[in-house]
Design a protein around this ligand. Structure first.
Ligand code: SF4
Length: 215
């Protein structure tokens, strides 16, 4: 393993790809819904499911709760695991409504909000942190499969390292800067799609010099 340098990673990826402007959504609620729909699927499938909800005029907390679960599942079918995700979505929206709505949750501090989100059915650390970072603008780092693969290839952490170990390490190096953590996660996803794929394309990779696998 080599010493991680998250700031150098951010600098190099920033130089290669520029500002990512992630997460693409018209509202905070849309980010929340997208965070559940994106579990175990590609973003293009999430977009199709969101478009179905939008076209049916159901991209709204009360409208989602007004739907029988099978109808909600049918609308989000393109995102895969649609029955499971419908149940998770309903649990999450119920939690939001019980808590007084997204406006009230904006006033909760980050540890309280993270703990509460993790207590909702089907919301694991990655989804909770997606919501915290991209919907609520909190300075947390999202650890996903792209991150694990990249950090393992860089020689920084074993691929099976604990979620919290990776998250806290990156947050410690980058600092409480939601904009930088947002950009870093989006850049890692972009790099995972363009270069550091399951079969990596190391030629021309901006990280080759600092990557154990690339060397
Ligand atoms: S050099 Fe290869 S393995 Fe390393 S980050 Fe780039 S694409 Fe991934």
């Amino acid at each position: 393993m080599s010493a991680p340098d998250t700031r150098e990673l951010l600098r190099r990826l920033d130089g290669a790809y520029g500002a990512m402007h992630w997460w693409p959504a018209d509202s905070v609620f849309e980010v929340v819904v997208g965070a559940v729909l994106t579990q175990n699927t590609r973003w293009e499938n999430v977009e199709r499911a969101l478009a179905n909800l939008r076209e049916a005029d159901h991209l709204d907390p009360e409208r989602i709760l007004s739907l029988p679960e099978p109808e909600l599942a049918a609308l989000i079918r393109p995102s895969g695991y649609f029955n499971v995700k419908a149940r998770r979505l309903v649990s999450l929206v119920r939690f939001i409504q019980r808590s007084g709505g997204l406006e009230m949750l904006m006033h909760w501090d980050t540890p309280r909000l993270r703990t509460a989100l993790l207590g909702v059915h089907g919301i694991g650390p990655e989804t909770a942190d997606d919501i915290l970072l991209y919907a609520f603008g909190r300075p947390v780092f999202v650890v996903d499969a792209y991150t694990r693969r990249l950090f393992a290839r860089l020689g920084w952490f074993p691929e099976r390292a604990a979620y919290e170990e990776l998250r806290l390490h990156v947050e410690g190096e980058v600092g409480a800067d939601a904009g930088a953590l947002n950009q870093l996660h989006a850049l890692i996803v972009e790099h995972g799609k363009r270069h550091c794929r399951s079969r990596p394309m190391c030629t021309g990779c901006t990280l080759a010099e600092i990557c154990a696998f690339g060397r």
